[in-house]
Design a protein around this ligand. Structure first.
Ligand code: CMP
Length: 137
């Protein structure tokens, strides 16, 4: 059984897509093991995306991620990391296939609706960023 972190970004939350996105996860066999809605501070968003700190898009990324509340969740299931990434589609919605979350809903590379961990080590770090062990069922 594998776990991964998913974030529904401010564009997904403000457009009332939380239920539709979770429905897609559940329908694909993933289980929500923890869930939380919060409004990230600039420091929290910067720390979460620390690997991108030197990239030219870092400022825009932090400003978008702090523009409204997000919903963070732990998804669990066989191959959860890859399955979540398949459901999300390509990072840039221009490249994301129809039927994927980003292909169906995203407006731009920043407002790309969801984030998902890209590997086992990042998943462990990202889950620990949002949740204490006792909050994960
Ligand atoms: P996410 O999967 O949350 O990881 C980092 C985010 O940075 C990414 O989704 C995009 O929303 C955003 N981003 C903006 N510009 C770029 C870019 N050129 N390459 C990758 N990610 C970008």
């Amino acid at each position: 059984m594998e776990q991964t972190l998913s974030i529904i970004k401010p564009d997904g939350v403000s457009r009332n897509l939380v239920g539709e996105i979770i429905r897609r996860f559940e329908q694909a066999g993933l289980r929500v093991a923890a869930v939380r809605k919060l409004h990230l501070s600039a420091r929290e968003a910067g720390d979460f995306y620390d690997v991108h700190r030197q990239r030219p898009f870092f400022g825009d990324l932090v400003s978008f991620m702090t523009s409204g509340p997000v919903v963070a969740m732990v998804l669990e299931g066989p191959g959860a990391i890859a399955k979540n990434r398949d459901l999300m589609g390509a990072t840039n919605p221009k490249d994301a296939a129809k039927g994927t979350i980003r292909g169906d809903f995203s407006e731009s590379i920043d407002a790309n609706t969801v984030h998902g961990s890209d590997g086992p080590q990042t998943a462990a770090q990202e889950i620990a960023f949002f949740f204490a062990r006792r909050e994960i069922m």
